[in-house]
Design a protein around this ligand. Structure first.
Ligand code: GLU
Length: 307
């Protein structure tokens, strides 16, 4: 299949859509990102990379980082992890407090904010402090992305902390139910830092490749997690990867994927490839407007989906 031609075609067809939607503005540092930008990358197991648009431009991966922290925590805790966080779609906005209250402080899944903050908390408990935890997270994303210099944007993390009342409230609510082990401020700050990791679509696409191949990066040949763990992470991406539009995304695109409010979406085609797309203007659910359409076009044109 001529992936380059397909990506070029998608880019062309999406031109009228690129200005539609709104850039996330609840994190002021993210509101400065110009809309109208677009990039898409496909990475195959033999290392071939196909890109279109601004594929070397870094953006804030935000919630996509939750896939990487979930991977690390699952590897450490295995099934024990599910005592602290579930695997059901929430059907609620990503930062909802209401559900957490009536479900006794156990977040529905690792990809809503409460769940991801819990995951960060479990990592801090394991590694004993937040610095070591961040170091481990950064080491892991550098390994899977193939970029040893990958970093996070401290201005974005700081901006998020300055407006982080809701995430702090989620953490405190969990603490009140006994589902929180570490200092709330330090934990939430560590969560904001990993959300502020910056990548371009080439790095992001490469980072997801191990999930398309049973936990093993086919390029570096490193086995990061077991095939069974990869299966579970992919299942949670399929059912919970797009906030309360996860059903719609599965319906239109048909791939396990995770989005972030920075406008990135990372997807995998099991046994075949990983795909990353970025376009900062979001639809009403907080998912990249053009990014979602691009993936829908990709699976339609190539016939590649898990269904
Ligand atoms: N750091 C963001 C927050 O907690 C992540 C949001 C997202 O990408 O969904 O609000």
């Amino acid at each position: 299949m001529n992936y380059q031609a397909i990506l070029n075609e998608i880019y062309e067809e999406l031109q009228p859509e690129l200005m539609r939607g709104r850039v996330a503005d609840y994190i002021p540092a993210l509101a400065e990102v110009e809309k109208g930008q677009f990039a898409m990358t496909v990475t195959l197991d033999d290392g071939q990379v196909f890109s279109v648009g601004e594929s070397s431009k870094q953006f804030s991966i935000q919630s996509i980082s939750k896939v990487f922290t979930f991977t690390l925590a699952l590897d450490i805790y295995s099934r024990e992890l599910y005592k602290r966080v579930g695997v059901e779609p929430s059907g609620n906005p990503f930062n909802s407090l209401v559900q957490l209250e009536y479900e006794n402080g156990i977040p529905r899944n690792p990809f809503i904010n409460a769940g991801a903050i819990t995951i960060t908390d479990t990592l801090i408990s394991h590694y004993k402090d937040e610095y070591k935890t961040l170091e481990v997270i950064m080491h892991f994303v550098r390994q899977i992305s193939g970029n040893p210099k990958l970093s996070f944007d401290s201005a974005v993390a700081k901006s998020e902390m300055e407006h982080g009342d809701r995430n702090l409230a989620l953490a405190r609510l969990m603490k009140s139910f006994g589902n929180f082990e570490n200092d709330v401020i330090n934990t939430v700050m560590t969560y904001f830092k990993h959300c502020a990791i910056t990548m371009n679509t080439e790095e992001l696409s490469r980072s997801m490749l191990f999930l398309a191949f049973g936990g093993r990066d086919p390029i570096s040949k490193k086995q990061f997690i077991t095939p069974s763990q990869a299966k579970r992470i992919n299942a949670v991406m399929l059912t919970c990867g797009h906030y309360d539009a996860s059903g719609e995304f599965a319906f239109h695109v048909g791939l396990p994927a995770k989005s972030g409010v920075g406008g990135g979406i990372a997807a995998i085609v099991p046994g075949k490839m990983s795909i990353a797309v970025w376009s900062p203007a979001l639809n009403k659910y907080g998912n990249s407007h053009a990014g979602t359409l691009a993936l829908e076009k990709f699976t339609t044109k190539t016939g590649l989906s898990i269904f």
